[in-house]
Design a protein around this ligand. Sequence first.
Ligand SMILES: [Zn+2]
Length: 135
Amino acid sequence: MNPHLSDDQIAEVLIGSATSATQAHLLACAPCRSKLATLRGVMGQFRMDAEEQSRAALRPIAIRHSRSRFKPLYLSLAAAGLAIVGLVVLPKDPPSQSTPLQIDTALLSQVDVQVSRSVPEALEPLSQLVISEGN
Ligand SMILES: [Zn+2]
């Protein structure tokens, strides 16, 4: 019979569920303590490697997410900038030289022309045909 701890007993020590007999053997047995320390070291290194690998694997995703999250903000800022430049730089309608009275007079004369038609505008070609045949 093996005088040292079995793999199952070492595993029980690692997960913190060792019996008092196992713990007593560990206190008295240097080879079993050494085996346990080696296993703890390997598991700790594995945990650090796994954490580093998962951080490295997630880093590009985080960068991609941060870029895609801010892209609409950049687009919005660019659109706002273009709108401001458009308001400042682009020429506005040339200032009207007409006074309101002149505008009103021009509008009324245009209305007079349209109201005083003898034939609606859409029928003018037809009326010209009738007039020319009549002559
Ligand atoms: Zn032992």
